[in-house]
Design a protein around this ligand. Structure first.
Ligand SMILES: C[S@@+](CC[C@H](N)C(=O)[O-])C[C@H]1O[C@@H](n2cnc3c(N)ncnc32)[C@H](O)[C@@H]1O
Length: 314
């Protein structure tokens, strides 16, 4: 009888232990999650510029678009586009850092062009828009940049012009060319038919690389062949900042708005943000609306140099 009882209690105990184990794991998991949630950072890093608080009262200046009267500091919090930017790395480290991170440490110009593309490229094929505007020389002479970030490169007209300017001024400048090198939907239909395609993959990137090689600029230009959003955020994480940041990618409001905001995150304090097409009517004046809204939110002044807009960080 005693043994039976003992056996019965022992069985009950081991069933209880079996049931309790997963429950304990579950509680532990919940606790870990709750602790992680409570200890997560809730604000941007010190190096991420965040917009100043604008209240209905403080935004009542006639310079601001009417929409700002409806905006309070909580709404402006949504304008943050990143949470962590790295400490700035030394300008000498910008090129090796990007080569290491983007291309496993090997320059993409090594063994260029590859056989399958070589026969489809022209020695040079450059076309840009306002790519030699006076703004480039004015800003480069003034800022003497070590790092320029260009958002929107296409065939490299403006990048090559900047490379030429910095070379003639004896500057040690790296020009980082952010472009997904897809152009825009249907861009080959008329003027750019000669830029060839392989199985629907347009050779814009290769033609840009070929142009850079033909202009002997492979040591001063770094291609960053990704979408502007991911490229700029990664630069910011890596601590890669520009003394000049040029915005000339998508011209609709949403593209220009996000590029300008992200571009501002990779602008070193004291640097200058600028871009093309302030006056173009394209996309219902998308660029201009984005620039003006950004300037109003950050209380910055927009100055005009030819077709370009210019915003100084300080
Ligand atoms: C107007 S062209 C740049 C022209 C160049 N700055 C010049 O003056 O020679 C715009 C470029 O932006 C690129 N682009 C557009 N949206 C982009 C995005 N979200 N990310 C990366 N590149 C983009 C296109 O591939 C195109 O090459």
């Amino acid at each position: 009888m005693k043994t039976e009882h003992h056996h019965y209690y022992h069985k009950k105990l081991s069933t209880a232990i079996k049931l309790a184990r997963p429950t304990a794991y579950f509680i532990l998991l919940l606790l870990t999650y709750a602790l992680g949630y409570l200890s997560a950072p809730s604000s941007t890093s010190p190096s991420s510029p965040s917009p100043p608080p604008v209240t209905s009262a403080s935004s009542s200046s006639t310079h601001h678009p009417p929409i700002l009267h409806l905006v309070n500091s909580t709404h402006l919090d949504h304008f943050r586009v990143t949470t962590r930017c790295g400490d700035p790395i030394h300008p000498d480290l910008v090129r090796p850092t990007l080569l290491r991170f983007l291309f496993n440490g090997t320059s993409p110009f090594e063994n260029f062009p590859p056989e399958h593309a070589a026969k489809r490229l022209r020695r040079t094929r450059v076309k840009g828009w306002g790519s030699k505007g006076a703004v480039f020389e004015n800003l480069i002479r003034r800022v003497k940049p070590r790092t320029i970030i260009e958002v929107g490169t296409f065939l490299g007209a403006s990048a090559l012009h900047m490379a030429e300017l910095t070379r003639s001024l004896g500057l040690k400048t790296q020009i980082l060319c952010v472009d997904d090198f897809r152009g825009w939907a249907g861009f080959r239909t008329d003027r750019f038919k000669d830029i060839q395609m392989i199985n629907g993959d347009v050779l814009l990137y290769y033609q840009f690389m070929q142009n850079v090689a033909s202009f002997n600029a492979t040591e001063s230009i770094v291609p960053v062949p990704f979408s502007s959003g991911s490229a700029l955020m990664k630069m910011c994480e890596l601590g890669v900042y520009g003394d000049l940041v040029e915005i000339d990618a998508g011209h609709d409001f949403y593209s220009a708005w996000s590029d300008i905001n992200r571009g501002y995150h990779v602008l070193r304090p004291g640097g200058i943000l600028f871009g093309h097409d302030y006056f173009t009517a394209a996309d219902n004046k998308g660029v201009r609306r984005a620039v003006d809204l950004f300037a109003a939110v950050h209380r910055k002044k927009v100055t005009i140099d030819g077709q370009h807009w210019v915003i100084e960080s300080s």
